[in-house]
Design a binder for this molecule. Structure first.
Ligand SMILES: Cc1cc2nc3c(=O)[nH]c(=O)nc-3n(C[C@H](O)[C@H](O)[C@H](O)COP(=O)(O)OP(=O)(O)OC[C@H]3O[C@@H](n4cnc5c(N)ncnc54)[C@H](O)[C@@H]3O)c2cc1C
Length: 416
């Protein structure tokens, strides 16, 4: 299946037309009818006709899954505003999208910035096609917020590296083919300077993945143990000893991804759709309560504010800038906003949120959303850390005192 040629030269209307043509050719006829007729039940049934992996592969192959990725590597090479047109149309057609977010949202941009031509040729396409899932191996039991203090060691042996250590909270490690790994390559350097960044094969001998069960009942993240895992030097990303710089690219993109910056609609931005919460309030009569109405209005306003802020930062990226520390503003606001929104949903549902009939999928989704939202202020950097970044790097306030910044990592006292 060929990628649309010279897509970047098309007007917004032409682009939309070509995408709709592609969707009509690639979706089952029942799906097309359901969208045209606005029939949600028909759409629900049509979903069963689509194989998720096969669909994601076709969307990725055609370039629609990653519209701004470069034409040189087989993608569409669209601008940010053209990508917005594509995302709006994909949202309107309610098509499934890959959950390979650590790959597409973080690994892809990091590889495009730091990778060799061979790494880009090898890694980007299967990532976009959902054929190879990615995970991020940064956090360790003793190094979360202070990730630069990490202890996993990589020792050079000829043209390979030998890795030993442990990571934790590794989302999707149980499904991943590749991991974004930061390891210590020079313990004699201060903590930020002795790190290198690798792409590790999660199926290599010596990689052990153990799932961690969370409050929702799911196990989306894991502990990962490395015992004498060998990584070819060709899989190092960026210069030796510059792993912190490469990791910063990943972290900036992570904050942008977690803040909903890629989202085209303020309905998606909240993590829990406001419309559904309003509908639930109307159904059970709580929408008549002036306090509930005020909180719903406030939630709607905050959703719009996030959307506007994201549009501003995507305009900066469109102008060629990498995501900067201002991504911490939306990451912080989005995380706390989503928790407020999910709390409100629980209050509106009342005792129904404690027990519901198995057929009531909507309540189950809301309760799961509430439980999952607890993680929002921790994942991708805690809200306290976002406030530190904002204070220091956006507002220019004095830095937090740091006693271990300039001494060799091996001399810093550690508890493990
Ligand atoms: C759902 C979820 C998914 C995750 N997925 C991944 C993943 O895929 N890959 C990965 O590498 N990691 C992942 N993480 C880990 C996440 O990045 C860390 O949990 C986070 O950075 C916090 O680190 P920590 O848990 O070690 O807490 P700590 O760093 O020990 O922090 C404990 C508390 O101290 C506060 N604190 C720490 N330092 C400071 C400071 N300097 N100033 C003020 N307060 C401070 C923190 O805000 C927090 O409240 C995930 C976490 C969650 C919850």
């Amino acid at each position: 299946m060929a990628v649309l040629e010279a897509a970047a030269t098309l007007t917004d209307d032409q682009l939309r037309e070509r995408l709709v043509e592609w969707l009509r050719e690639n979706l089952p006829p029942q799906w097309v009818e359901a969208i045209e007729e606005g029939d949600d039940e028909k759409l629900h049934n049509a979903r069963e006709l689509v194989d998720f992996n096969d669909w994601c592969a076709r969307l990725g192959e055609a370039g629609w899954a990653t519209p701004t990725w470069p034409a040189e590597y087989g993608f569409l090479g669209l601008s940010g505003s053209q990508a917005k047109v594509v995302n709006e149309e994909l949202n309107r057609w309610k098509v499934p999208r890959s959950f390979n977010i650590i790959g597409i949202g973080m690994g892809g941009p990091t590889i495009m910035h730091w990778g060799t031509d061979e790494q880009k040729q090898r890694m980007l396409k299967p990532m976009a096609k959902h054929e190879e899932i990615w995970c991020q191996l940064f956090s360790e039991p003793g190094s979360g917020s202070d990730v630069a203090s990490l202890a996993t060691r990589a020792v050079k042996d000829g043209d390979e590296w030998v890795v030993n250590g442990q990571k934790v909270w590794t989302t999707l490690a149980h499904m991943a083919k590749w991991g974004l790994l930061v390891a210590r390559t020079d313990p004699d350097q201060p903590k930020h300077k002795g790190l290198s960044y690798f792409i590790v094969d999660m199926k290599a001998p010596g990689v052990e993945v153990r799932p961690l069960k969370q409050i929702t009942g799911d196990a989306e993240f894991n502990e990962v143990f490395f015992t004498d895992v060998r990584i070819p030097d060709t899989m190092r990303l960026g210069p030796e000893g510059e792993g912190w710089m490469v990791a910063t690219t990943t972290l900036m993109n992570e904050r942008a991804a977690l803040s909903g910056a890629g989202s085209a609609s303020d309905q998606n931005v909240g993590g829990g759709p406001i419309d559904l919460i309003i509908a639930a309030a109307k159904r059970n009569g709580s929408a008549a309560d002036p306090v509930v109405r005020q909180r719903l209005a406030q939630a709607t306003i905050e959703g719009r504010v996030i959307k506007m802020t994201n549009l501003r930062s995507s305009a900066a990226r469109k102008a060629g800038h990498q995501p900067g520390p201002e991504g911490s503003i939306t990451k912080l606001f989005q995380a706390e906003y989503n928790q407020r929104l999910q709390d409100l949903a629980m209050e509106i549902l009342g005792s129904k949120a404690m027990a519901w009939s198995p057929a009531d999928e909507q309540t189950e989704v809301s309760v799961r959303g509430f439980l999952r939202s607890r993680a929002n202020t921790i994942e991708g950097g805690t809200s306290e850390i976002m406030r530190n970044i904002l204070g220091e790097r956006v507002l220019g306030l004095p830095k937090e005192p740091s006693v271990d910044r300039d001494i060799p990592w091996k001399d810093i006292p550690r508890s493990n």
